[in-house]
Each structure stands twice: as C-alpha cells, then as structure tokens.
Design a protein around this ligand. Structure first.
Ligand SMILES: *Cc1c(COP(=O)(O)O)cnc(C)c1O
Length: 412
C-alpha cells in the first residue's frame, strides 16, 4: 500500500475529499449543465465495488457505462498502466510505440480477418474515422448517402451525431452536411429498401445499447451483410459498447457469423483508460492514404498498454465464460422475479436491461443506489445492467435478492 491507500483504508475516504454534498454543489457551479448533477460521488473502487465520498459501498452493475471490464483496481491494469506511464507516456503519431503495435496486432488476431487498425481516444472518434472511410469510399464510387438505424447511438461529435437516430439529441444541432437515412432497427426489409447502389455505408449497432439494450431479431445481420454485398455499401458495425466480451464473445458480431467491412471499438477496450479503435477489413483497411486522418493522442502507449492488459486478462482468466454463465444466471433470475413493475429482461451476456411496465427507471435507479447497487436508467422504462466482466455469481445473486424490495420502493 502506498501512503494514499493507507490513509483511505484508515479513515474511509473523508481524508482525501470533501463531502459528497459539497462536491455535487461545486460540480454544479463549475461545469456546464449538460449532465445535470450526477447523483453520486464515487471516490475509490476495488473489484466490483465502489465507495462514495461518505464511505458507503456499492456493487457496481454499470461499470462506468460498460467500460470497467476488469472492475476497479485490477492488479493487471494497475501494473500495465503504472509501468507504461513510468516508461514512456506519450509519443504522438510522429513516432511508433510498441504497445500500439502489439495492440493492433492483438485486435486483428482476435478478429481473425485481415485488416488495418486506427487508434483513437473515444467511441465517437472511432466512428468519425469510420465515417471518413465511408465518405472516401462513397466519393470514389459515386455513392452519396448513408443509412443508420432509428434510435441508434453513435456519439456526440458532429459526424457521429449525424448518424445518431435519436431526434432529442440530434435535431437541434442539425442540419448536417451528410445525407443520412434512418430505418427501423431490426427490419431487414426496410434495410433492403433503403440501401441502393448509391449508398456509401450502413452504420448499425449489433445490439442497440443506449436505446435500452435492444438485440436484433435472428438473421438481421446476415441480411445486412447480404444487402451490403449486393449493393457495394460498406457495412460498419459500431461495437463500441458490445465488444470486448460484453456479450460473451470477444465481439458481438461473432454471434451472427458475419464479418463487417468496418468495426469500431472503445468503451470496454481500455478497462477505464480512454481509447477507441476503428478496424477496416480487407480493402476497407487501406482506403486512407497518408495524411487523410490522424490523432495526437491516438495510439497513446498508456491506453494501449491498458487495452493489452484487458485483453490478456479476459483470455487468461476465462472471462468470456464468466460473462456467459453469470450473465445467463442473472438474466434468468431477474426474469423470474415476480413483480408488477417488472415486465421482462432483454440482452445477452453481462449486458441486460430490466424492462419495466411503467416509466419508472429513474426511480429504480435511485432506489437501487439507496440499497447499495449502481444501475442505470438507460430509457424511461428500461434499467441497464452492465457490470464488470469479473462479477461473481454471488454478487449477481445479491442484486437479484434485493431487486423485489427495490422495485417496491420505486413503485411507492
Ligand atoms: C458510448 C457509445 C458511443 C460513443 O462513445 P464515446 O466514447 O462516449 O464517444 C458510440 N457508439 C456506441 C454504440 C456507444 O455505446
């Protein structure tokens, strides 16, 4: 333990931070109002637990929006990041660094298809890269428009936002310079209608995350692949939330037995360190020429080392198997809870939504927090559960045991 750890262990967290109440007030005064004021001030974490500024412990069932794949304070991540930051923290794209090369090779190996990688710092930037590839593909082949899904989410920067099919976050920032046509998610016929030989690319999530963890009907991605092959549109899969083990496979599209033309990654890849990746398969990997794209921080050695530690740990500790078994157990147990507020559960692996019978998700989130569990009201009627991939069956069971009481409090 270092001095800081000892101080925290000795006296809760108060020694290093102001009270939760005062930090929330100061947050409100110092930050733009785009997030409102979040309800909790976590100050440290260990495994699947976090502690707030008042010393209360919570079971983390949201993992910083499906990001903290290894939980908090995982020794492999701590070691990799600490070693790399002390060795070489940054090079920029003017130079090659070893961790970025190892990471790109590792990702291509897991994807089992020839391709090329671009490293970015976030999900939306990974999608900006994919969009620029698609624009260049469209320009070269006379294609003028893009197709994406209603209720889809691809990020907040203007390119990714223009692909985002949620009017409440999109419309006030338009009009956008791209012709993006939206189709209902999961409807293969609508996709077939929308995608012609003038379409440059189709952007889809393998399961819609922000829409409330909505999986597609069986066969949808096989149809999407076939439609894109027939028309020459690129199939771009946004796996920013779904990949890196979240569904029990390394990548969610592996459930569907297809390979996209372009794939984007972020969230769980760095285990909490900021990183994004865009992978172009086959010819899509060489659309960019020298000078077409770049990022000062992209390929940062510390984030790359973190991602390598995440991938190594998932493999070494058999976490894909843990995701499948604990995920199936959790889904079945939540589904078996008999409560008038709970309609059903959807999703796969450790990426679930408890669907409610009324718009009570915010109340369920608040009551869960009061009971010591962090979940997320992803939609007015859906509560997202996306714990670290290291969660144990016992930890999942403890949430299921508390759930009826949480639902009753939320209905009151
Ligand atoms: C979170 C998310 C993004 C945006 O990622 P940021 O890192 O917040 O920019 C894009 N697409 C999907 C599917 C996401 O879940």
């Amino acid at each position: 333990m270092n001095g800081l750890d000892e101080a925290v262990a000795a006296s809760g967290s108060d020694v290093i931070s102001a009270s939760a109440g005062s930090l929330r007030e100061r947050f409100e005064a110092a930050f733009m109002p785009n997030y409102g004021v979040p309800p909790l001030v976590p100050v440290r974490g260990e495994g699947c637990h976090v502690w707030d500024a008042d010393g209360r412990r919570y079971l983390d069932l949201i993992a910083g929006i499906a990001v903290s794949s290894l939980g908090h304070g995982h020794p492999a991540l701590v070691e990799a990041v600490s070693r790399q930051v002390a060795t070489l923290a940054h090079t920029s794209n003017l130079f090659v660094n070893e961790p970025e090369v190892l990471l790109a090779e590792r990702l291509l190996g897991l994807l089992k298809a020839p391709g090329r990688v671009f490293l970015a710092n976030s999900g939306t930037e990974a999608n900006e890269c994919a969009l620029k590839l698609a624009i260049k593909h469209g320009t070269a082949t006379g294609r003028t428009y893009f197709v994406a899904a209603e209720n889809g989410f691809h990020g907040r920067t203007l390119g990714a936002l223009s692909l985002t099919g949620k009017p409440s976050i999109r419309d006030q920032f338009g009009p956008f310079p791209l012709d993006v046509r939206f189709v209902p998610y999961g409807d293969a016929d609508a996709l077939r209608q929308a995608v012609t030989e003038d379409c440059a690319a189709v952007f889809l999530e393998p399961t819609q995350g922000e829409a409330g963890v909505v999986p597609p009907p069986a066969g949808y991605f096989a149809a999407a692949r076939e439609i894109c092959d027939a028309t020459g549109a690129l199939l771009v899969l946004d796996e920013i939330q779904s990949a890196i083990g979240r569904t029990g496979h390394w990548f969610a599209h592996q459930h569907d037995g297809i390979t996209p033309d372009v794939l984007t990654l972020a969230k769980g890849l760095g285990g909490g360190m900021p990183i994004g990746a865009c992978v172009g398969f086959g010819e899509s990997g060489t659309i960019f020429a020298k000078g077409d794209h770049g990022s000062t921080f992209g390929g940062n050695p510390v984030s790359s080392a973190a991602a390598l530690a995440v991938l190594d740990t998932i493999e070494r500790d058999g976490l894909l198997e843990n995701v499948r078994t604990v995920g199936a157990r959790l889904a079945a147990a939540v589904d078996a809870v008999d409560h008038p507020l709970l309609a059903r559960v959807r999703g796969r692996g450790l990426w679930l939504a408890a669907v409610l019978t009324t718009d009570a998700a915010a109340a369920v989130q608040a009551e869960a927090q009061r009971a010591g569990f962090l979940v997320n009201a992803v939609q007015p009627d859906a509560v997202r559960i996306a714990p670290p991939l290291v969660i144990t069956a016992e930890q999942a069971d403890s949430f299921v045991a508390a759930l009826p009481g949480i639902l009753t409090e939320a209905s009151a």
